[in-house]
Design a protein around this ligand. Structure first.
Ligand SMILES: CC(C)(COP(=O)(O)OP(=O)(O)OC[C@H]1O[C@@H](n2cnc3c(N)ncnc32)[C@H](O)[C@@H]1OP(=O)(O)O)[C@@H](O)C(=O)NCCC(=O)NCCS
Length: 227
């Protein structure tokens, strides 16, 4: 019996009425149809997975081209809120909090000087450097999160609290300094590569070097300027 005839008379017969040959044919056809469907679905699934992977790789490569950053940790986080950051002149009440930020950020950036030496500079930073400088403070709500201290047009200090770095606060503090002073200069430890990269990114160029720091220690300083 042909398959067409079998199918057209399907309603009139129960499976027991069919010969063994006919049952084998029907089972064969059904197996073929189901296998084809399974293979089709697997094929579609693979194609979708390949397409999704491909798109992901392309978007990662495009992202890298747009933002070829040497230190991904410091890429400003798109999700980070910076709209709540305000910049204002320092109030004397802030000083101890700013010294704490200076200490935490210095341990991170100038660790090569040693924690004991940095600790011993705390007092001078609070009682000598801050009073001499014009300082602008970045606050998140009422909490200070970074500051820039200016000695004329020279940046004497720029420190952002470590957990708040990479969110555009340093850039905003430089912009504030540029707005009040115009051309700017700074000296950065050569070993502080993150900071030299940051200043370059802000348009500063190297204009000189000296082999020892203000305390006569053999840690070269790079002078950088922005017109
Ligand atoms: C250096 C420092 C002030 C930068 O401030 P920040 O808030 O972390 O930096 P920002 O998020 O504002 O970054 C601003 C720009 O510099 C870039 N940048 C920051 N760190 C960078 C690095 N290590 N390499 C390259 N670019 C960097 C950012 O990608 C960003 O680029 P964009 O303007 O194209 O978006 C801060 O990390 C810090 O306090 N470091 C420790 C103390 C220190 O070294 N101070 C300087 C001593 S003089």
């Amino acid at each position: 019996m042909g398959i067409a005839a079998l199918l057209s008379s399907w309603t009139h017969y129960s499976i027991e009425d069919l010969s063994t040959d006919a049952r084998e044919v029907i089972v064969g056809v059904l197996v073929a149809i189901i296998s084809s469907l399974i293979l089709y679905c697997i094929g579609c699934g693979c194609a979708t997975a390949v397409y999704k992977c491909g798109s992901q790789i392309i978007s990662i490569v495009r992202g890298l081209k747009k933002n070829p950053h040497p230190n991904p940790r410091l890429i400003p986080k798109p999700s980070a809120r910076t709209d709540s950051i305000a910049i204002a002149p320092q109030s004397t009440d802030d000083t101890d909090l700013l010294v704490d930020i200076w200490f935490r950020a210095s341990l991170q950036a100038h660790g090569f000087l040693g924690a004991a030496r940095l600790e011993s500079q705390r007092e001078a930073v609070r009682d000598v450097y801050f009073p001499q400088a014009e300082t602008w403070v970045a606050t998140d709500g009422s909490k200070p999160v970074g500051f820039i201290s200016l000695l004329g047009a020279h940046i004497g200090a720029l420190f952002v609290d470590p957990p708040m770095q990479g969110r555009g606060i340093g850039r905003r503090l430089i912009a504030q300094a540029g707005a009040v002073r115009g051309a700017l200069s700074v000296e950065v430890y050569a070993e502080n590569r993150a900071a030299t990269a940051f200043y370059r990114r802000q348009g500063f160029v190297e204009t000189g070097r000296r082999p020892v720091d203000d305390n006569g220690l053999p840690h070269p300083l790079i002078r950088m300027e922005r017109a």
